[in-house]
Design a protein around this ligand. Sequence first.
Ligand code: 2HA
Ligand code: ZN
Length: 280
Amino acid sequence: MRVLESKFVNDFIDMAQEGYEQGWHERNGGNLSYRIRAHEVEAIRERFQENAAWSPIGAAVPELAGEFFLVTGTGRFFRNIRPDPEACLGIIEIDGTGENYRLCWGYVEGGRPTSELPTHLLNHQVKKRVTGGRHRIIYHAHTTNIIALSFVLPLKDEIFTRELWEMATECPVVFPEGIGMIDWMVPGGREIGVATSHLMEKYNAVIWAMHGMFCSGATFDETFGLMHTIEKSAEILVKVMSMTDKKRQTITPDNFRALEKGFSITLDERFLFEKNGGAD
Ligand code: 2HA
Ligand code: ZN
């Protein structure tokens, strides 16, 4: 089978295009990776180049040894993925030590995986472990309203989670485990990847202050939907804060607790603190 006929490749391209249309991928901003299933690899393996040179990942991911990933290329623009997938995307294989990768397909004009490869693979390693292999997608986007909020809200998991939950009733249902926060760090390396992957042990979404967000999920729909829900909630919060610094009414801690039973979710009490000053 041709690589571009695979369903997972087409779903990947569709998601990248949707993210671009949301305005989250200016220039080469953002990146996306998918941990390919064994039977999906087998269906296209005859199209892979063999014996490409191994390159260092820049981080050790031994629990991903032998896995294959579809990954956006460094410097590539999301707006070009649908028209030119073979130049913008690549399939890589991880070696037996989890320290090196090689190119199997793609990046036909040269190039290599995203500069955020260490963060993607460290996140995949954690998520493969904590979800029993269910999660397969890591998505990084430059979500405008989340970035804006990282200039004005304290960079605390509890505060971002609570403020975003309050902006739409479905938020605690979509991300009951909350959101992790990373203060400003240099992107594109192992250090920020290690910090992000620690937070991915308990969260499916992590915000990089003044930069963007990472989301993890089992399917393209779920992962995109999480990014979309959080960013929409941030947009509502930006609108509310633009109108007033005082909410007249809001969703209260007891309202949140009332959601738990009907929606079969558990909300950590550390997000349901009492605020001073009435409705806010
Ligand atoms: O250029 O988003 O974080 C891709 C990025 C780096
Ligand atoms: Zn980025």
